[in-house]
Design a binder for this molecule. Structure first.
Ligand SMILES: Cc1cc2nc3c(=O)[nH]c(=O)nc-3n(C[C@H](O)[C@H](O)[C@H](O)COP(=O)(O)O)c2cc1C
Ligand code: SF4
Length: 421
């Protein structure tokens, strides 16, 4: 059993109360920070921890906090991204339901590091229970002096509110999210300016993922080096909540060191695969990562290791497929989602994804032609010209299908039917 940090207070049937969180050391980091740390000290500790953002893009969190300039204007905002609409991903919901005060403390400390005075938790509408839990626990934290004016009698003040999304996948993208919060059409905006310079309402804004914020109290309490050493790999840092689903016996969220092997997650934690199932592939980090074929069954689940094989750790949401699963059909399912969720702002994505979907459906239904494979390759290339990171993520399953499972696509075309049906 590896050390449990983020899920240490998880219980099968209920959330951890404020007292339970405090008994495990909760809010001690906030007390220490407000007493003994400058906001720059907090930035440095997070920087030293090598924490990479857990929302999918893996940007160094310390660097993000440091990029709020000393003379940046006020008010400044801190936003917690709890949108979590990436198919297969459910770790942020589990974290909020397990220990909401860990997230709240993380937001307050990160808010202090950027001297933000207003915090917002942006949450997907399907997470209504989580939103209510957060609203209730934020109120409890305020009554205890952890939020509001002059937190714990210090000079620092912060309020946090919960904002329910209107419910589109693109609202999870940082700049689209800020547009959504400002009541505008939620299309992404290309930097510069970066959100830490001019974000929400044109003011400096730090936006990070739920799991990222939850790491911060532990980094302060035990030090950046301790956090770094939690990982199994040299380049990794911390633990990661892996959410595993698909062809495994015990789907769920498991907190494990970064760099743990995929085979270990499946066999030792997810209860192995059902009888008769053999590992064929997985998506290692959510719907916007590529199929990882059998030859990588033992790969270290870390940012660098997956990048080195042309894939991504993404959100750490692992979806497992067995030898009986048609990966063309699985890809159709994923592209249906992405074609529906394209925000429509730019042509390659708005028009390209329905085109790709149509080609894949024809292949799946036995109406595919040999020229459809180069057409798919061509279309995927053109989506790299789209405006934002949504499009390269959307085509990751298609590109990896063609790279690793072209024979399976070809078989659909040759047999004029799905060989799995
Ligand atoms: C289409 C799209 C959807 C995204 N959805 C989410 C999301 O639901 N939650 C999240 O934390 N990050 C999401 N991201 C990544 C954010 O843009 C951003 O990188 C992240 O929230 C920053 O937090 P982090 O540094 O803690 O990872 C999404 C990105 C894209 C392109
Ligand atoms: S790539 Fe897609 S999601 Fe991004 S701006 Fe263009 S249409 Fe919108």
């Amino acid at each position: 059993m590896y050390p449990q940090v983020l899920l240490q207070n998880r219980k099968p049937d209920r959330i951890a109360s404020l007292d339970e969180y405090r008994q495990s050391g909760g809010y001690k980091a906030l007390k220490d920070v407000l007493k003994d740390y400058s906001h720059k000290d907090v930035q440095q500790e997070v920087m030293d921890s090598n924490l990479l953002g857990r929302g999918g893009a893996a940007f160094p969190t310390g660097m993000k906090l440091m990029s709020v300039a000393d003379d940046a204007s006020f008010p400044r905002y801190i936003i917690c991204n709890a949108d979590e609409m990436e198919p297969g991903t459910f770790k942020d919901r589990v974290l909020i339901h397990a220990d909401p005060h860990m997230l709240i403390e993380g937001i307050i400390i990160a808010g202090y590091a950027s001297l933000a005075e207003k915090g917002i938790i942006f949450i997907r509408p399907e997470y209504e229970n989580a939103a209510r839990i957060l609203e209730r626990e934020i109120e409890i934290a305020r009554n205890e002096g952890y939020l509001g004016n002059n937190i714990l009698n210090s000079d620092y003040s912060l309020e946090i509110t919960v904002h329910r999304s209107a419910g589109r996948y693109i609202c999870g993208e940082v700049t689209a999210q800020m547009n959504a919060l400002m009541g505008k059409r939620p299309n992404p905006m290309k930097p510069p300016p970066y959100p830490t310079e001019k974000g929400l309402w044109g003011q400096p804004t730090v936006l990070s993922n739920v799991e990222t914020f939850a790491c911060i109290p532990h980094i302060i309490r035990h030090g950046g080096q301790w956090f770094k050493d939690l990982a199994k790999t040299e380049s990794g840092a911390g633990t990661k909540i892996f959410g595993i689903s698909g062809k495994v016996n015990k789907a769920g969220c498991y907190e494990l060191p970064l760099g743990v092997r995929l085979s270990e997650i499946i066999e030792a934690y997810a209860g192995g695969m059902p009888a008769g199932s053999e590992f064929k592939a997985c998506l290692p980090g959510g719907a916007s990562t590529g199929f990882l074929p059998r030859q990588y069954y033992d790969i270290e689940m870390d940012y660098d290791a997956l990048r080195n094989v042309g894939n991504r750790l993404g959100t750490g949401a692992i979806m497992v497929f067995d030898q009986k699963t048609c990966l063309v059909g699985a890809t159709v399912n994923l592209i249906e989602f992405f074609a529906r969720e394209s925000c429509g702002w730019c042509t390659p994505c708005r028009e390209g994804l329905p085109f790709i979907l149509d080609l894949l459906k024809r292949i799946e239904n036995g109406d595919g032609e040999p020229e459809h494979i180069p057409m798919l390759e061509h279309m995927c290339k053109s989506l790299w010209n789209a405006y934002c990171a949504f499009a390269p993520g959307a085509i990751a399953p298609v590109e990896s299908l063609l790279k690793h499972f072209e024979d399976e696509v070809q078989e659909h075309i040759n047999q004029k039917k799905c060989p799995f049906k």
